[in-house]
Design a protein around this ligand. Sequence first.
Ligand code: BDR
Ligand code: CA
Length: 415
Amino acid sequence: MIDTTHAFATQVPPPYPIHTRITTKEDPTGHRKGKRKKKMSKPTPIWLDCDTGHDDAFAILLAALHPSVKLLGISTIYGNAPLSHTTTNTLAILKALGLEQDIPVYAGSSQPFCRPVALAPDIHGESGLDGTSCLPVPDTKPRTDDSAVGAMFKALSDEEPGSAWLVCTGALTNAALMFAVHPEMAGHIGGLTHMGGAIGGGFTDAPMGVLKGHSEEEQAGRFGNWTPFAEFNVYIDPESARAVLSNPVIAAKTTICPLDLTHQLLATESVQADLLHGLQMSNGDGVGKRKGPSQVRKLFVEILTFFAQTYADVFGLIEGPPLHDPLAVAAAFIPGIFEDNGGERFEVEVVTEGAHGSSEDVREGGSQCGRTVATVLGKGMEGVRIPRSVDRVRMWRMIDECLARAESAPFSREA
Ligand code: BDR
Ligand code: CA
């Protein structure tokens, strides 16, 4: 039994304004603008493992089009929708970005290690990416020259030791399989990032909404999004999450982005407007300087609009949907975008005991299965990084820049 009376430090960052407006006129990170020459460093090699739904689409955008990332390939996984859908969605997003022929995509696990499959149609729709009329139909198919785990292993091994990152934005099934078959990869990779988990207990003050049918008082003790205790990506395959996070070599180079962090990056209506027109156009008096939003911006903002509606309907989170997954990408190549309370590290244990399933009775029955229990470690000890906050303005700006890059792809030019 895991002791769930966890002991993480209680120092919480100050409250932040929810209604962020992205602005290029100030830089709250304090980064100086001007003509200072930047030292060019090599792009970070990243393998992305995702269950492409709405927020995974943004993770692909960031990984594929940020100049500081070299995207090695993508493996897909069941989760937001069945594997066949998440794979097609991945290829469709790459087509919209003009990269369908360039980034190899492999279909990975279609089910968890030892649990029945759970999906999230109430959040992402039946397709996993419902709500947009402009998602292109992919021309390519996933590669079959290797398995997803084999391709992930080969791509990561081909990079210099300590340089390549595995970024997971769904369940950890593919990742756990790779480390089980190739244990030497734990030492080889530069690091692993995962969007997953929920810490609770005042770890941050990110808004969680009020789950449909619950009162504010009932919501007060809930910090998961699939059960009161558990986040979806960890819940659906707790054994795989446990296998990865309990490996001390991997844990020491892992960053997790739990709900406590990702609910700080809300795509509010003003963020959506900024992304639709582009920051160059949206701020100040810029709106309307060109004919209308590009096709790729329309696509990504329709994705956000649908996501906003389901988060409002299901979680009562009316400020905007949390854009979970791109944070795991950012954690791999720009760790300084997060604040981690002076370098806190944690031991993370995943609860695998207790009732597990998709029925209302099980989900609301009090089981702690799928919970991530974080215990803060002594200063200087190695463990999992769990940031407390993120520079949201910088995140949105990077996403906007990636959308601007995507506008030169045929999808937008030929629309
Ligand atoms: C996570 O679950 C999925 O619905 C999202 O894509 C994200 O990865 C949030 O709990
Ligand atoms: Ca995801």
